[in-house]
Design a protein around this ligand. Structure first.
Ligand SMILES: *Cc1c(COP(=O)(O)O)cnc(C)c1O
Length: 377
């Protein structure tokens, strides 16, 4: 119940253990094709260039930035947490002239903020994080892509934590490039980074004047392996692709809408439970992600001791605060398989015991009663 990796279904773990075939084996090529088709469904896009980069979410970030940016290009990055900051750093390393607009951790950007910056800086690419796992804030994107296009910029979105847990509408919103990771709401081990590129983004990549500065994530080469000539580029992590294939089957069998509703319901129940014992959100509740709940550590309560007790006595992992939120917040994850009624109730019961041990005053059972009230409808 931390910020990822999330719990993994036994079906996915079993898929991981299947015999390793060759990276050009017809069976594996079929897995790749199906994987791409399922990723398109989960990203809700028709984008042909949709595949899984061999690396974690950060590698997906590098793949998107390095392929879209040429040295000297302007990139505008919205920074309101650790991952926006990472995107800006990756862009600098790709040789971009980077401008950032910043908000305090936990806050989100308005269309006015973004339009002013687009107008002033005229970037080639606007980078923004949809679900900031470091702060627990949800950044609405549906009007921002239109704005980027109005100023002739491409929009690149970090969807590492949102994919599979929150509505992600690549085509409807007009997102040009996006990356994700496997270990958050897709509930697959870490190791692959789903990416998708709009026809416009592909056109921009096709018109590059110089080769991508990273050979490993050069999509002009990787594309030939996933489609086209099937030319060897690097040896695909075969078993990780089996695992993601199975994880996506589980997501689609549940159904995207049902999955989003499940994440929302468990979030509401957790929120009600925490509120009943006086534990508050570290950001405006309205902007809280359903899959990552950043709460303020109550005064007088020892951050490390509570997290250690949760882990050692109950086997529950929650996340510590990151960056300026370190020592001040806990990040309670309800991602993918971990977003379950049983987890919410068990966690609240365990937290009540840990907080009581810290001398914190609460009405025993109040959090569980409040969560159950949400479940009772
Ligand atoms: C986890 C995460 C990343 C980084 O992914 P890794 O798999 O750790 O490389 C990037 N962005 C966001 C929003 C994340 O939550």
């Amino acid at each position: 119940m931390g910020p990822g990796p999330s719990d993994i279904s036994p079906r996915v773990l079993a898929a991981l253990g299947a015999p390793t075939v060759g990276h050009l084996d017809p069976y594996f090529l079929k897995i790749m094709d199906e994987l791409q088709a399922m990723l398109r469904q989960v990203f809700r896009t028709e984008n042909r260039l949709t595949l899984a980069i061999s690396g974690t979410g950060s590698d997906g970030m590098e793949a998107c930035v390095f392929n879209l940016i040429e040295p000297g290009d302007r990139m505008l990055v919205c920074v309101n947490g650790v991952f926006g900051g990472r995107m800006a750093e990756v862009a600098r390393r790709a040789g971009a002239e980077v401008t950032t607009i910043e908000k305090p951790f936990g806050e989100i950007f308005t269309t006015t903020d973004i339009e002013a910056a687009l107008k002033e800086h005229k970037p080639k690419v606007l980078g923004i994080v949809h679900a900031e796992t470091s702060t627990g804030a949800l950044q609405p994107l549906h009007h921002i892509a239109q704005l980027a296009h109005k100023y002739d910029a491409l929009i690149l979105a970090d969807m590492v934590t949102s994919l599979g847990g929150l509505p992600v509408e690549i085509d409807e919103w007009g997102i040009d490039a996006a990356y994700s990771g496997t270990q958050k709401c897709l509930s697959c081990p870490p190791g692959l980074a789903p990416v998708t590129f709009s026809p416009k983004a592909v056109e921009v990549m096709d018109q590059r004047k110089e080769p991508v500065r990273s050979w490993y994530v050069d999509l002009s080469l990787i594309r030939n392996y996933w489609g086209g000539s099937r030319a060897y580029h690097h040896t695909a992590p075969i078993n990780m692709n089996y695992a993601l294939h199975e994880a996506l089957r589980i997501v689609l069998q549940e159904g995207l809408e049902a999955r989003f509703e499940r994440h929302q319901l468990n979030h509401e129940a957790l929120k009600a439970g925490l509120k009943a014992i006086g534990v508050t959100y570290a950001l405006d509740e309205e902007h809280s992600l359903p899959m990552l709940n950043a709460v303020t550590i109550p005064e007088g309560v020892d951050d490390k001791k509570v997290r250690a007790q949760l882990l050692n006595q109950f086997g529950i992992e929650i996340g510590a605060g990151l960056g300026p939120m370190a020592g001040k917040t806990w990040r309670i994850g309800l991602m993918g398989e971990a977003s379950r009624e049983g987890n919410v109730l068990f966690f609240l019961a365990a937290l009540e015991q840990c907080l009581t041990k810290q001398g914190y005053n609460l009405t025993p059972g109040a959090s569980i009663a409040a969560a159950n009230k949400v479940y009772a409808g």
